[in-house]
Structure formats: structure tokens, C-alpha cells
Ligand binder design. Sequence first.
Ligand code: FES
Length: 103
Amino acid sequence: MRDDVIICRCEDVTYGDIVRAVERGLTTTEELKRILRCGMGPCQGRTCSRLITRIIADKTGRSIEEIEHPVVRPPTRPVEIGVLAGDDEDRRGTGAPAGDDEG
Ligand code: FES
């Protein structure tokens, strides 16, 4: 594979970036994530994490099953503190800003 092939398109990380990192001793997906940010884009690694795991396995001689998967956090959305405090129970969970009295 050519070095300039994009593996993580969200964070613009190439195959060459990952290979060089693995050659420097970063051999887990979590380490690569922290240094290169691959897997931290809007898709949260849904597109690239399997490719990254496969590259690590290829370059270290380990099987894919031996490679740890990165920690996945669920998508979240901002919640106003007043909603958590129960100030505006009618709007809880609607995504509408508290104090927005349209309608
Ligand atoms: S492609 Fe890597 S985080 Fe989206």
C-alpha cells in the first residue's frame, strides 16, 4: 500500500503515518489514537478502526484478535444544566433550549 493512502479520513491520517508510528513502538490502537488522533473523528473510528487494527497486526506479526480495540464512547449531545436540575421539566429530553418559549 502506498504511504499516502488515507486510512482515517476524519483526521487525515495516512497509511505511512500509522506504519511509522508502529515502527517507533506504538503497537496498540489506543496508543495510535492518542498520538495520531486516528479514530477520534466524527465517525469515532467506525470507518478506520478495523483498518488500523489490520495494519498493526501486519506490521507486528500478531493476529487481529491479539490487537486491543480502542475505547468507544457513545455519542453525546449538550444538555443545559437547568434541564439536569429539573428547572424546565417540560423540555427535558427534547433538545429545545430551556427558556425558549416558542409556541
Ligand atoms: S475515519 Fe477515522 S475517525 Fe472517522
